[in-house]
Design a protein. Structure first.
Length: 147
């Protein structure tokens, strides 16, 4: 089942269960997907939908960080709930050791030796892990390996 169908079914289930938090999060996701569809003026592929979900998850992570710094734990909790719902539609996220292994393989295959080669390494890594790992984590690991 594709993500859009799953979202529609989950929205109906949330409506019936009167689960307003999940319902609101799913509506937000579907609105973002619809917005992207209008922006591109075509039907979205699964990869496009995945990109929308990744962007929404990243926005939530950034908001959580900002709210924590501002001492707004009430908003942190709300964003974390939305993030967990969004992540339920994304593939399983890679842990740090899995990302480190891929980074080491790409560094070896590209022959990168310093931070100047970071762009080349990141360009080779990102297609392999798109949607499966946080870009900030990848960036940090690449810098530590090349630095």
């Amino acid at each position: 089942m594709d993500i859009q169908t799953q979202l529609k079914n989950d929205m109906m289930t949330a409506m019936k269960a009167k689960d307003t938090e999940k319902l609101n999060a799913i509506r937000m996701i579907r609105a973002a997907i619809q917005s992207k569809k209008l922006e591109l003026n075509q039907e979205l592929t699964e990869e496009d939908v995945m990109g929308v979900l990744i962007k929404a998850a990243k926005q939530r992570r950034d908001s959580i960080t900002s709210y924590r710094e501002g001492g707004r734990e009430d908003l942190v909790a709300e964003e974390e709930k939305e993030l967990s719902i969004i992540e339920s539609y994304l593939p399983r996220q890679m842990d740090e050791s899995e990302v480190t292994k891929i980074v080491e393989e790409v560094i070896a295959s590209t022959g990168a030796v310093s931070l100047r080669d970071m762009g080349k390494v990141m360009a080779a890594i990102m297609p392999k892990i798109k949607g499966k790992a946080d870009g900030n984590l990848v960036n940090t690991i690449v810098k530590s390996k090349l630095g």
